[in-house]
Design a protein around this ligand. Structure first.
Ligand code: ARG
Length: 462
């Protein structure tokens, strides 16, 4: 087998060059897209009378049997073929003979690889969005039963105000919804066919690029061929989208790790999705969220790496661009398994309502409500109310109580106009439900948010 028959290079390539130059070891991932692209291409060539129907049929039959060979694991991937494009073409030649040599009319590996890779990215974006939709369903099913489960909402990782667990998770539902929409918009924006652009300047054959695009399911044909074979912004988009997604996954993972610690005890990950220590028999480790947090690093790395590969390249194709694929394959695989395992870890975890509730009794979570009471009911300017509340909090601390546990008499010592209704105001559940503004944490508002995501899930399609 040989790479590409060339007039300029006479000597056989050095083995070291083959090893360095070949992309077959990883771009075989694109075999399906490559075969589909070639089938569409020869259909177009035949419909434009550039090749005859009998050659077209033979080529298509040959390509289909190569596809089965690959899928049965019988195809011999040889480094001497350099890449998946040449490997398939060379195999086709050995299968059907001279007709195979007509397949590459009016195209180049430059538009071929741009096509294969773009098709791959569009498909994977869709698969990732679909997996994320399942994750959204899982989150909703947990949220539905926890609109009344109190836990401390935090800022600076310090207890701040009481919220409910559903409300907390709904923040992630919102993030993942945007992630899904980012994949959907990537697909919309990048459904542009590069095939037919050939090496860089188009082709002198009377081709029909619209037909090829239609056969391959693209929405449109690229406008400028030089751009189509040169840019990899579509690949950067999926790397960016995955990076943002992994950042969201990582933040949720960090919370799962914290929440499953003895200090928090808010959740327990299932045995199925936990690991143990090789030396400490009492341990149950949150390896799943830790790895999810860790894998975020490689997603960022892959994005940075391709941005760097592309930044100084003159138009059009340069071999540097062969470095575009491995990072994308890696990020896609990482994101897929990450979404799947996060989904399972969430589905199987148990929520410790008692521990969450107990934690709300620490940190004077209804102190803001006390200040608001002094302002709204007793007419204090907010800054003065804030100051007096600070004094009451200090008193509570000295007496080993939470402000929500103070009695009316104790509160009256600070201002005799304080009435009995303060006791309800300071109750943690009431504090949560008082935050009834749009998008707030009250149970009513939380339920509205759940409805919003349910409706969105029912109507969204990709
Ligand atoms: N293996 C190459 C890549 O992945 C395919 C394109 C090769 N084109 C070329 N002119 N050498 O980028």
């Amino acid at each position: 087998m040989q790479k590409v028959a060339s007039g300029k290079i006479k000597a056989k390539s050095a083995d070291l060059l083959d090893e360095f130059n070949a992309s077959i070891s990883f771009d075989k991932e694109l075999y399906k897209e490559d075969i589909e692209g070639s089938i569409a291409h020869v259909k177009m060539l035949a419909s434009q009378n550039i090749i005859d129907d009998s050659a077209k049929e033979k080529i298509i039959d040959g390509l289909n049997s190569i596809k089965s060979e690959i899928e049965r694991g019988e195809f011999l991937f040889d480094i001497k073929d350099e890449d998946i494009h040449m490997a398939i073409e060379n195999r086709l030649t050995s299968l059907i003979g001279d007709d195979a040599k007509r397949m590459h009319t009016a195209r180049s590996r430059n538009d071929q690889v741009a096509l294969d890779f773009r098709l791959y990215v569009l498909r994977k974006a869709k698969e990732l969005a679909k997996l994320l939709l399942l994750l959204e369903e899982t989150l909703l099913s947990i949220e539905e039963v926890h609109t009344g489960t109190l836990l401390p909402g935090m800022t600076h990782l310090q207890h701040a105000q009481p919220i409910n667990f559903a409300y907390h998770l709904l923040a992630y539902s919102s993030m993942f919804k945007r992630d899904i929409e980012r994949f959907a918009s990537l697909i919309k924006r990048n459904s542009i066919s590069p095939i037919g652009c050939a090496a860089l300047a188009g082709t002198p054959y009377d081709t029909d690029r619209e037909l090829e695009a239609k056969l391959l399911g693209f929405k449109s044909v690229s406008v400028n061929c030089l751009d189509s074979v040169s840019d990899r912004d579509f690949a950067l988009e999926i790397l960016f989208n995955i990076s943002v997604l992994m950042m969201h996954i990582s933040r949720l993972s960090e919370e799962l790790i914290l929440w499953s610690s003895s200090e928090f005890g808010f959740i327990e990950l299932s045995d199925e999705y936990s690991t143990s220590s090789s030396i400490m028999p009492q341990k149950k480790n949150p390896d799943v969220p830790e790895l999810l947090r860790g894998k975020t690093g490689r997603a960022y790395g892959n994005l940075l790496s391709l941005l760097t590969v592309m930044k100084g390249l003159p138009l059009a194709y340069n071999k540097d661009m062969q470095e575009d694929k491995e990072g994308v394959f890696d990020s896609v695989k990482t994101a897929k398994i990450s979404i799947k395992i996060l989904n399972e870890a969430l589905k199987t975890m148990s929520v410790k309502k008692e521990a969450m509730l107990n934690a709300t009794k620490v940190g004077h979570l209804s102190a803001t409500d006390l200040a608001d009471y002094l302002t709204k009911k007793l007419g204090y300017p907010f800054r003065d109310a804030y100051k007096l509340t600070g004094e009451i909090v200090a008193y509570a601390d000295e007496n080993g109580k939470d402000v929500s546990e103070l009695g009316l008499e104790e509160l009256k010592k600070f201002d005799e106009n304080i009435k009995e209704d303060i006791l309800d105001t300071l109750k943690l559940e009431n504090s949560m439900n008082a935050r009834d503004s749009q998008g707030g944490t009250s149970e009513k508002s939380t339920k509205k948010q759940i409805d919003y995501f349910k409706k969105w899930l029912d109507t969204f399609s990709i």
